[in-house]
Design a protein around this ligand. Structure first.
Ligand SMILES: Nc1nc2c(ncn2[C@@H]2O[C@H](COP(=O)(O)OP(=O)(O)OP(=O)(O)O)[C@@H](O)[C@H]2O)c(=O)[nH]1
Ligand SMILES: [Mg+2]
Length: 423
C-alpha cells in the first residue's frame, strides 16, 4: 500500500515526524510523500484549507491508496476530509490499530483489536448518519443511507458480542491471576514505550524466547514467567508497549492485558537509553501518563535505562542523572538503573529488584520451628534463597525468625517444619 502522510504541528501538539514515519514503516506502508504544516487546528479539516488543496494535487499526481494523518481527527473532520479528497483517510490511532491487527496472534488480542476498531468507527458512522439526516448526499465510504444504518446496527451488535467473549477470557485470566496471587510470589511488570526492549529483557531474565524486533508494537499478548534474583523466585510479566497519548478507547480495549501492570508489586519502566535525551524524556512522561490512567503510578517503580551497550559510559551516566532529577521526590521510586538486555548486563537491575522486594508487603515475618536436626541446614539454605534470616536459636532442631515471601511457605511446610506468622 502506498500512502501520503500528513503532519500538523502546533504549540499544543508536538507530533514527532520520526515516530510517525516509524509507525508507517511498522504498518508496512510505502510512503510517497510527507506533508507538514505548522498551524493551530482548523476546525473543519484539521489542516488548513490551503494545505488541503496541496494534498488534493498530490493525490492526483502520486495516486496513493490512502492518506494518513499524524494528528487525531474528530469524526467530523474525518468526514469532511473524505468528502473533499474521496480517498481512504486514517489518523494516527487507526494506524496504530492497523499495526495491532497485523501483530495480534491470540484470540484475546484479536478481539481486543477488533473492539478498539469498532469503538473508533462508531462515532464516525454516527457522524455520517447525522450528515445524511441533514440532507448530505455524500453517503459514507460508498454506502448509502440504508447501508450506513445497517452498518451502525452491525457495529453495535458486534461490540456487544466481543465484550461478552472478552469477559469470558477475562474470567479465565482472573482465575489464573488469583492462583498466582495465592501462591504469593512477588510480581514484577515490565512497562514502557514500544520498542524500548521489554521483551528482550524478559528473555534475558528468564531464558524465554519471546519475539523481540526493531519495530513498534511487536508484543500484544501478555507473558508471565518465573525468574530468580539471587536465588529468590519471582514472577515477571511482559505486555503491550505504550505510545504518546494512548487514547482511552485503546486502553479500554486492552484493559485486561494492561491490568497485569496494575496488579504488579513492582513496575520496571524500561526506556531506550540510546535515543537523544529529549526523546527519552518525552517517552518517560508518555509512559507515566499511561500508568496514571491505569492507576498504577504509585506502585514501587524501577526506571531501567536499557540499551546502554549502544552509548558511552559517560552518556549513560549523564542520562541516568537527568532522569534522577526528573523523578526526584517520587516516593515510590526505588532506583534508576543502567542495563543492556541484549548483552545481559543486568546487575544494577537485580540490586534494585532486591531493594524493592525487601519492602514488599508480600514479605512477612515468620517463625519457623525445625524439629529434625538433619533438616536445619536445608531450611536455612531455603530461607537464604527466598528471604532474610533474622534470628536463629539452636536447640534440638532450631527455631528461626525470618522475612520470607508468603509464596515460599508451602515449600517450607513440605519439608515438614512448622511455620507461624509473627503478628
Ligand atoms: N543494542 C541493544 N538493542 C536492544 C537491547 N534491548 C533490546 N534491543 C533491541 O530493541 C528492539 C526492540 O526490542 P523489543 O524487546 O522487541 O522491545 P519491546 O519493548 O518489547 O517492544 P514492543 O513489544 O514493540 O513494545 C529489538 O531490535 C531488540 O533487539 C539492548 O540492550 N541493546
Ligand atoms: Mg515486546
Amino acid at each position: 500500500m502506498r500512502v501520503i502522510g500528513v503532519i500538523r504541528k502546533s504549540r499544543r501538539e508536538r507530533v514527532s515526524r520520526e515516530e510517525f514515519e516509524e509507525l508507517l514503516r511498522s504498518a508496512g506502508y510505502e510512503v510517497l510523500a510527507i506533508v507538514e504544516q505548522v498551524r493551530e487546528e482548523h476546525p473543519r479539516y484539521n489542516i488548513g484549507p490551503g494545505k488541503l488543496e496541496e494534498i488534493k494535487k498530490l493525490i492526483e499526481e502520486l495516486k496513493p491508496d490512502k492518506v494518513v494523518f499524524a494528528n487525531r481527527l474528530t469524526p467530523s473532520q474525518a468526514y469532511n476530509l473524505w468528502k473533499e479528497l474521496r480517498i481512504d483517510i486514517i489518523d494516527k490511532w487507526q494506524l496504530v490499530l492497523e499495526i495491532f491487527e497485523k501483530r495480534a496472534h491470540s484470540k484475546e488480542a484479536k478481539l481486543q483489536v477488533e473492539l478498539a476498531n469498532l469503538q473508533y468507527e462508531l462515532p464516525l458512522v454516527k457522524e455520517a448518519i447525522r450528515r445524511i439526516k441533514m440532507g448530505d448526499r455524500a453517503g459514507f465510504k460508498g454506502m448509502g443511507e440504508y447501508q450506513v444504518h445497517q452498518y451502525f446496527k452491525h457495529i453495535r451488535y458486534r461490540m456487544g458480542k466481543i465484550r461478552e467473549e472478552l469477559e469470558k477470557i477475562r474470567a479465565e485470566r482472573e482465575i489464573r491471576r488469583k492462583k498466582r496471587e495465592e501462591e504469593g510470589f512477588v510480581l514484577v511488570a515490565l512497562a514502557g514505550y514500544t520498542n524500548a526492549g521489554k521483551s528482550t529483557l524478559l528473555n534475558a531474565l528468564t531464558g524465554e524466547s519471546i519475539e523481540a524486533r526493531n519495530q513498534m508494537f511487536t508484543t500484544l499478548d501478555t507473558t508471565t514467567r518465573r525468574f530468580k534474583v539471587n536465588g529468590k523466585m519471582l514472577l515477571i510479566t511482559d505486555t503491550v508497549g505504550f505510545i504518546d497519548n494512548l487514547p482511552p478507547f485503546i486502553v479500554e480495549a486492552f484493559h485486561s492485558t494492561l491490568e497485569e501492570i496494575v496488579k504488579a508489586d513492582i513496575i520496571v519502566l524500561v526506556l531506550d537509553a540510546s535515543e537523544p535525551w529529549p526523546e527519552i524524556r518525552r517517552k518517560f512522561f508518555a509512559s507515566l501518563d499511561v500508568l496514571r490512567e491505569l492507576k498504577a503510578l504509585d506502585r514501587p517503580m524501577i526506571v531501567a535505562l536499557n540499551k546502554i551497550d549502544l552509548i558511552s559510559e559517560e552518556d549513560a551516566k549523564e542520562k541516568a542523572l537527568l532522569l534522577r532529577e526528573l523523578v526526584n521526590g517520587r516516593a515510590n521510586l526505588i532506583d534508576v538503573v543502567k542495563i543492556s538486555a541484549k548483552q545481559k548486563r543486568l546487575e544494577e537491575l537485580y540490586s534494585a529488584i532486591e531493594k524493592a522486594i525487601a519492602i514488599s508487603p508480600k514479605f512477612q515475618e515468620f517463625e519457623i520451628t525445625v524439629r529434625d536436626p538433619e533438616k536445619v541446614g536445608k531450611v536455612i539454605a531455603m530461607i537464604h534463597s527466598v528471604g532474610e534470616l533474622l534470628d536463629i536459636d539452636y536447640g534440638e532442631g532450631a527455631r528461626i525468625r525470618a522475612y520470607i515471601q508468603t509464596g515460599m511457605i508451602r515449600h517450607l511446610t513440605k519439608l515438614g517444619v512448622e511455620v507461624k506468622r509473627v503478628a
